[in-house]
Design a protein around this ligand. Structure first.
Ligand SMILES: [Zn+2]
Length: 230
């Protein structure tokens, strides 16, 4: 079972969702919850951003796949519809957010993965869809979706773990640590089941905000360490 903050490969992510994830947005995948793939990397195609220390995610909508002969996306406004006229992923999430705001529906539950580098993803937990709107970005209209991190396991039966969002490590720190520790457990060099570990635990005053307090550990050494501390 995947845990908050786990680092996984692309194929592990697909296995976790039992789907061949080829795009960024999946409304109500397998009729259970939705899945969004985000990226804060500099060259990411869409401008996602994190606010409130990771508790709020502002996710940018996506463009319809280009059909032949169409101009590049820079001039094209994002749409709520597929060329066929049905709602596209923007449309499905947008409609759901409006229904939630009008008390017509429960908030959509969304599982979020973040791209750390090509083929390497971090599981960022469950969020709920709170709002959606349009805005101008680079002289075209895009959709934005506001997601709120769920931290109360009473709210959500899918995940039975408490998420301690105070432990959230910013992406810039994750990238720095990943590079420094060469994408492997610093003890056994394993590249599987990696976690970002606080060297001084958050509960004992250790910071999430500096790379010098974060290291990569495999699941085994992460557990060993936890046992020694507690
Ligand atoms: Zn290890």
């Amino acid at each position: 079972m995947i845990e908050f903050g786990n680092i996984i490969s692309y194929s592990e992510m697909c296995k976790e969702e039992d789907a061949n994830l080829q795009r960024g947005m999946y409304f109500r995948l397998h009729n259970k919850y939705s899945v969004l793939l985000m990226s804060l990397r500099k060259n990411a195609p869409y401008a996602d951003r994190i606010e409130e220390n990771g508790q709020i995610l502002i996710y940018e909508g996506h463009d319809n796949p280009k059909s032949q002969g169409e101009s590049n996306k820079e001039n094209t406004n994002q749409s709520l519809y597929n060329p066929s006229g049905s709602l596209n992923q923007n449309g499905l999430f947008y409609t759901s957010a409006l229904k939630y705001k009008n008390d017509q529906e429960q908030a959509e539950i969304i599982k979020v993965y973040e791209k750390l580098r090509p083929g390497i993803w971090v599981y960022n937990g469950f969020y709920k869809l709170e709002d959606a709107w349009q805005e101008i970005s680079d002289s075209r209209t895009v959709f934005k979706f506001k997601l709120l991190l769920l931290n109360n396991s009473e709210d959500i039966k899918i995940q039975n773990r408490q998420i301690d969002h105070t432990r959230i490590i910013p992406t810039s720190v994750k990238l720095e640590v990943w590079k420094r520790d060469k994408g492997q457990c610093i003890i056994c060099k394993s590249k599987d089941n990696l976690h970002f570990d606080h060297i001084i635990p958050y509960s004992k005053g250790g910071s999430s905000l500096v790379a010098s307090n974060i290291q990569l550990l495999c699941a085994r050494h992460n557990l060993t360490k936890r046992d020694n501390i507690e």
